[in-house]
Design a binder for this molecule. Structure first.
Ligand code: GLN
Length: 186
């Protein structure tokens, strides 16, 4: 499927979803904001943004979205950032142990330059960590570690699902969003 035919859903219940939408727009790919199961049905892939994982979990349950996400994930790729990774781990999509706010509180938010490995080669990116969760264990070899910060996984892939504990939507280069679209088109 060419990128031009894709429709990427952005979970828009709470959190930093607009910047994800802008990153996908930059690639010339269509987006749809997702708040209910019927909107999810239109999507070829779904981004779960950063925000508050407890609030988002609560909203997903009250909107009746939890079973739809579980079903969607079996068939189609998801990409979670920050709190989105916590949600995807709760959905059982990653064999990892994750610690909420594992790098400290808001004042401990930071930016770091780190290498990531993509099929197109190794790239150096700027990664922004904002009250980020920490992946403290990778529990199976099904998890591919595509990027590390201080020896801890911060960018992973398991099957067709991707996750970054940092915020690629807040930096200018949409390289990881492009890779997500590529995985859907495979
Ligand atoms: N600390 C938040 C949470 O655990 C995540 C922060 C973020 O997504 N930027 O819900």
């Amino acid at each position: 499927m060419p990128h031009a035919d894709l429709k990427i859903g952005i979970l828009a219940l709470q959190g930093a979803f607009v910047r994800h939408q802008q990153a996908i727009d930059k690639l010339g790919v269509c987006t749809v904001q997702v708040r209910r199961p019927s909107e999810l049905e239109l999507c070829d892939g779904l981004i779960l943004p950063g925000g508050e994982s407890t609030t988002m979990t609560h909203l997903l349950q009250t909107e009746g979205m939890w079973p739809s996400l579980t079903q969607f994930a079996k068939e189609k790729p998801m990409f979670g950032t920050c709190a989105g990774v916590i949600l995807m781990t709760k959905l059982g999509l990653f064999d990892i142990t994750i610690e909420r706010n594992g790098y400290g509180r808001q004042i401990h938010s930071f930016s770091a330059s780190l290498p990531i490995s993509l099929p197109s080669g190794q790239k150096e990116i700027e990664a922004l960590f904002i009250r980020a969760p920490k992946i403290t264990e990778v529990d199976s070899d099904k998890v591919e570690v595509l990027g590390k910060y201080q020896d801890e996984a911060v960018f992973i892939q398991q099957g067709h699902h991707l996750a970054t504990t940092f915020h690629p939507e807040l930096t200018d280069d949409p390289i990881i969003h492009r890779y997500f679209c590529d995985t859907i088109c495979l």
